[in-house]
Design a protein around this ligand. Structure first.
Ligand code: PLP
Length: 351
């Protein structure tokens, strides 16, 4: 980052510190469009791309621009717990769309939408993390992806695809994004530099049909330049153009794969046979099903020096009491292995 700033600042001088364009820095968008095409072999145009202040910002602004108070918005459950908080900042009728070990249950969602229709209502949006899910680590199957797109298209429901973990893939390749599979206008795809570069940058992007990008660009927030940081965007553009982004991505993937493998081996060694857990092919998370109440277990686990997030945090309707989420992104392998041992011990004491 230091080197990228040192390249960019003499080139741009004071321009780097001025208000930027409403859609975000053009050089970053140009790099991103080429990069996305390399990552998923799917053409995306500059007019379909907007720089955001990360996915949290994008979810919030989508609610502001695309929903009315009282609109029905589905969120898969379990889902990223902080997205639930952002959605709840808006006066929406938030409803759970249940997910199982293969991701969102599209047939259950279709039934819920049919019930809504009988009340004379339609869903406005669905929030989902179909690839390397937070908190479960699973990815939606191709079959369910296609069924979901068909359903959304038929119902006029916008799918908000939170695609933040796409580049952190450890086995094979990541599944095709909903954005790349769907006709234009059905999916808004949210990407972020938070996981593939650094969260403190507060930078991400959004892909949507050009008309929606225009609405963002013409919003009051962006008109006042209250959108994203032009300066951070220009540093990241220089960083990415130098080839450092691709190099860093390879390092992240190799290291996180090592951490995932270590954690999965240690769970197999230390957890009671009554537990089961996901084996993520990408992302940060392992989701563990246990026979105990994981909120009640947490103080005992913390006293033993190991932490986790209880499963109920990720559900809109309070389910998930016996599940928990582990993240393998932060700690080195030896600490992950020790953490698994301590978690296993705490579980065995209660079981
Ligand atoms: C699914 C998901 N979406 C979004 C975010 C946050 O993204 P950002 O930092 O770009 O706001 C996270 C971070 O944990 C996440 O797991």
């Amino acid at each position: 980052m230091q080197r990228a700033a040192a390249i960019m600042l003499p080139q741009l001088g004071g321009q780097a510190l001025s208000y930027g364009a409403g859609a975000g820095p053009g050089t970053l968008i140009a790099w991103l469009v080429g990069h996305l095409q390399r990552v998923e072999a799917h053409p995306v145009s500059i007019t379909e791309t907007l720089i955001t202040g990360g996915n949290s910002d994008a979810i919030d602004q989508l609610c502001t621009l695309c929903t009315q108070p009282g609109d029905v918005v589905f969120a898969e459950s379990p889902t990223y717990h902080l997205a639930i908080r952002i959605l709840r900042d808006h006066p929406l009728d938030l409803r759970p769309a249940p997910a199982d070990e293969h991701g969102l249950q599209v047939d259950v969602l279709a039934d819920a939408i049919a019930r809504l229709r009988r009340e004379g209502r339609r869903p406005r949006m669905l929030y989902t993390v179909p690839t390397f899910h937070n908190p479960t680590g699973v990815s939606l199957s191709d079959e369910r992806r296609r069924a979901l797109i068909e359903l959304a298209e038929a119902e006029g429901m916008v799918i908000v695809e939170d695609d933040v973990y796409r580049e952190l893939v450890y086995d094979g390749t990541a599944p095709a994004s909903l954005w790349s599979l769907a006709p234009r206008g059905v999916v808004v795809r949210l990407g972020s530099f938070a996981k593939s570069l650094a969260p403190g940058l507060r930078l991400g992007w959004l892909n949507a049909e050009a008309a929606l990008i225009e609405r963002f660009v013409n919003s009051g927030l962006r008109d006042s330049a209250g959108g994203t940081s032009h300066f951070a965007g220009m540093v990241v553009a220089a960083f990415c153009e130098s080839g450092a982004y691709d190099e860093l991505g390879q390092r992240f993937r190799a290291e996180y794969r090592r951490r995932r493998d270590t954690l999965l081996d240690a769970l197999a060694e230390h957890l009671p046979a009554t537990c089961s857990w996901t084996k993520p092919a990408g992302g940060y998370f392992v989701w563990i099903n246990t026979p105990v109440d994981t909120v009640a277990l947490l103080p005992r686990a913390e006293a033993a020096g190991v932490g986790y997030v209880p499963g109920s945090k990720f559900h809109i309707d309070g389910r998930g009491q016996t599940a928990l989420r582990l993240a393998f992104s932060l700690y080195p392998p030896d600490q992950l292995a020790e953490g698994a041992r301590r978690l296993g011990q705490a579980l065995k004491e209660v079981v």
